[in-house]
Design a binder for this molecule. Structure first.
Ligand SMILES: [Mn+2]
Length: 383
């Protein structure tokens, strides 16, 4: 049997104290399906314990920046003091966690991304990737960790609630493309088995709108969740999954599904653009392309497709006025994108993620040097 995720019990205990003493609780989660499902699971569990978070916030990666950022701290400041729980982000926010502490927040980080130079100075840090975590559960997506936390918080979880949460954990596990091993297999099979009979109005709305015999229904739901862009720290997919009114759910679900189609067209356009540029270049060790017209939230999808097709570490970014931000995909073993960026961290504003999928933000004046150093780095890793 595997061990327990480090600090999971500490996180559960601290959350219980907050619930019992009516402390304000903030949930701050990433804007993708994993972050959104993590937030829904945690909010459901808190409600079951009798608490309602004062805010559930999601950053817009394009406008606000990835992870905990200045705008988010500004936005959430009025709620201090509060317990500030980060989901699917936070492990890279060393400076921002210090700022949150100074504002009077007590931070619990629940993340599954790679630790950078050090673990932020939060009250509790749960991340199977951190030193001293012997659980061996690095394969869990964030919602998988939160689902494990949920069982800790509600040891006698009613079956109906458990099923409703495992449905979300399954969607997040599939969406995050984590290895389908151990608990992940269990979560996916249990969740997908339960999904057609879901009691969650938001998921029911999707099921009513999608053809019932389609074996890819869950993929379409995931696509719809991932197409919800957070705006003013609110996210429509989260809203949908926590609403109870059927008519409202239907409207939101329709809207999210139509955004998927728009998103696919935009991705196609960027892909064409990138491939045209690649065809004009020689045998560079990496693909490194950016443009002011590309949407940052699409960079990850584009980078995935390009990296898969060309089998090279791929950096796709949006070039903004002074800074650029983008996504990285590096699929080969031994070509760890986070380590590559760590070797250039003096040039970066932020960076982080997983070896195969990560992101960065950089001042435009450093772009050329960043590219050159990455090429140097990856030359040394070519097999
Ligand atoms: Mn994740």
């Amino acid at each position: 049997m595997q061990g327990k995720i480090k600090n999971l019990t500490e996180a559960a205990e601290r959350i219980k104290v907050a619930v019992n003493s009516n402390e304000r609780i903030i949930i701050y989660a990433d804007s993708d399906a994993d972050g959104i499902c993590s937030a829904v699971i945690l909010q459901d569990v808190l409600k079951n314990l009798g608490a309602t978070p004062v805010a559930v916030a999601f950053p817009n990666r394009e406008e606000d920046g990835y992870g905990i950022n200045q705008k988010a701290l500004e936005f959430l400041k009025p709620h201090a003091p509060a317990l500030f729980i980060t989901l699917d982000l936070g492990i890279g926010n060393i400076k921002e966690v210090e700022q949150a502490n100074a504002l009077g927040f007590e931070v619990i980080i629940i993340d599954h991304h790679q630790v950078l130079e050090k673990v932020p100075d939060a009250k509790v840090v749960v991340d199977p990737q951190q030193a001293g975590d012997e659980s061996g559960m690095q394969y869990l997506c964030n919602a998988g960790i939160v689902f494990t936390l949920a069982q800790e918080l509600l040891p006698a979880m009613p079956e109906l609630l458990r099923r409703s949460l495992v449905e979300l954990a399954a969607l997040a596990t599939i969406s995050d493309m984590v290895p389908q091993i151990s608990e992940n297999v269990q979560i996916i099979s249990e969740g997908l088995r339960s999904l057609p009979g879901t009691v969650r109005p938001g998921l029911k709305a999707f099921l009513q709108l999608l053809p019932s015999a389609d074996p890819q229904t869950h993929m379409k739901i995931i696509g719809a969740m991932n197409s919800a862009e957070s705006l003013h720290f609110s996210n429509d997919a989260f809203k949908l999954l926590t609403l109870s009114d059927a008519a409202e759910c239907r409207e939101l679900a329709e809207d999210l599904l139509s955004r998927v189609r728009l998103k696919q067209m935009r991705i196609e356009a960027i892909l064409q653009d990138v491939e045209q540029r690649i065809s004009r270049k020689g045998n560079d060790p990496i693909i490194f392309e950016g443009d002011p017209a590309w949407k940052l939230i699409l960079a990850g999808m584009v980078a995935s497709i390009i990296a898969q097709k060309y089998q090279k570490p791929t950096f796709i970014f949006k070039k903004m006025d002074a800074e650029s931000a983008g996504s990285v995909r590096s699929l080969k073993e031994g070509q760890n994108s986070v380590e590559a960026m760590k070797s250039c961290k003096d040039l970066l504003i932020t960076y982080g993620g997983h070896p195969k999928a990560s992101g960065f933000r950089i001042k435009n004046e450093n772009l050329e040097q960043f590219k050159a150093r990455l090429e140097e780095y990856f030359k040394g890793t070519r097999t």
